[in-house]
Design a protein around this ligand. Sequence first.
Ligand code: PGA
Length: 262
Amino acid sequence: MEIIIKETSETTSVMAARLVARLVREKPNAVLGLATGSTPLMLYKELVRLHQEEGLDFSGITTFNLDEYIGLPRDHEQSYYTFMWKNLFSQINILPENVHIPDGMAADVPLACAEYEQAILEAGGIDLQVLGIGSDGHVGFNEPTSSFASRTRIKTLTRQTLKDNARFFNDDDSRVPHHCITMGIGTIMDAGCILMLAFGEKKAEAIASMVEGPVASVVPASILQHHARAKVFIDEAAATQLKRADYYRWVYEGKPDWQLDA
Ligand code: PGA
């Protein structure tokens, strides 16, 4: 795991966007795995800027989103479908047919999940997966004790996640859907490269457990210790509980030029 600590979430997001942009330029038909929530917003804003001001071309790019609430229609203001179109897709030149988001209204959820996995395979697999982390250590909506071998499936959210996400539902956690479809941990681990972002003190404990704790399904993100190409971009606030933060800074500052952005 490579840990990159920067002063602010903005600087961190711009750096992360540079990595995504490099892949998009080098592999115009790349497959991106995307995340929702507050964390990737600045990354998406920077990708929009790169498209609008520097011509970053998404016309050959395919995307797969990590998750979606069950029971929210696409046009619900809090569906991840709405989130992605509002914050990214409507502002870049991606082809709608290349966008994939789990269908939270599917009549046959297990079938929809199996088809989602198949679509990822047919697209050639995910080259780069953008991830956030829950305060309970989840990735996607793979809550604590999720199987490390899991694939796209239905999950029940923890009370902590319902509480964390209540801010999007008028601060009323009873209005947050209790179920979701999420890529599995096995699905996420198949991505060629992982780009995790985490900001703020409320993520510090989860980040420390993920990076420096044991690999255990109670901290689903800790499985990323087994990923050969996982980069973790965090701000200073999210780094406050890392015991080896100085070492990660020292490693990053000492990187030879050829290794930067690698
Ligand atoms: P957040 O969510 O970006 O809104 O903090 C992250 C997550 O739950 O994975």
